[in-house]
Design a protein around this ligand. Structure first.
Ligand SMILES: Cc1cc2cn([C@H]3C[C@H](O)[C@@H](CO)O3)c(=O)nc2[nH]1
Length: 220
């Protein structure tokens, strides 16, 4: 189409703990006008035959930097992907990678301090040289005990040894980043949904977001 202008889509980051229902949320909003970008977990589980996700959980000190560097690359690829859709919805972001997952590995001393510094240098350079954007964050807020049960029920092999304590730490980092805003910047306004609710009740929670999308869709 001659002169097609790729307008900047209304960009949503769907954030939340492991097992908080992000995939369910994304599937609810799967529609022609929305460019859905799920977390590239399958890429993390097979990079030329290497399962970086599995390696990270087995030995975070040895493989945390390797894994999180690749996560950062794959998320940057998704952030910089142009879209002709009026709405672009991403599962997580380069921000939760840095402020939740990398921060957790460092604070729990599961990652050498030098690795943490290098990852942070990459993050600072990327976010100062690329316009990552982000117009809204939808925070699927849960309590650690609920997502622990869901994670076990989902039974993803690499997560089989993830303890409840790990989810508690990740929860606290999400709360501090998105609600308490204690240390890290929040790149967009946050909409909080109660994602502890059963799947059957989540439709009601998701409907709270409809006006946002219809507003974004009307703009085009
Ligand atoms: C952006 C980002 C997503 C992400 C997911 N994960 C882990 C949590 C889950 O076990 C799995 C899929 O989300 O990957 C991680 O360790 N670091 C991450 N960083």
């Amino acid at each position: 189409m001659a002169g097609a202008v790729s307008v900047k889509p209304f960009t949503v980051f769907v954030e939340g703990n492991i097992g908080s229902g992000k995939t369910t949320f994304l599937n609810h909003f799967a529609r022609p006008d929305v460019d859905l970008l799920s977390e590239p977990v399958d890429m993390w589980r097979n990079v030329e035959g290497h399962n970086l996700l599995g390696l990270m959980y087995e030995n975070p000190s040895r493989w945390g930097l390797t894994f999180q560097t690749y996560v950062q690359l794959t998320m940057l690829d998704l952030h910089t992907r142009t879209s002709t859709h009026p709405v672009k919805m991403m599962e997580r972001s380069i921000y939760s990678a840095r402020y939740c997952f990398v921060e957790n590995l460092a604070r729990e001393e599961l990652m050498p301090a030098a690795d943490y510094v290098v990852l942070d240098e990459w993050f600072k350079w990327i976010t100062s040289h690329f316009h990552i954007g982000g117009d809204l964050i939808v925070y699927l807020r849960t309590c650690p005990e609920v997502v622990f049960e869901r994670m076990k029920a989902r039974a993803r092999e690499e997560e089989s040894c993830v303890p409840l304590e790990y989810l508690r730490k990740l929860h606290k980092l999400h709360e501090d980043w998105l609600l308490n805003q204690t240390k890290f910047c929040c790149p967009a306004p946050v909409m909080v949904l109660d994602a502890n609710r059963d799947l059957s009740e989540m439709e009601e929670e998701f409907r709270k977001c409809e006006p946002i999308f219809s507003a974004a869709l009307q703009k085009t």
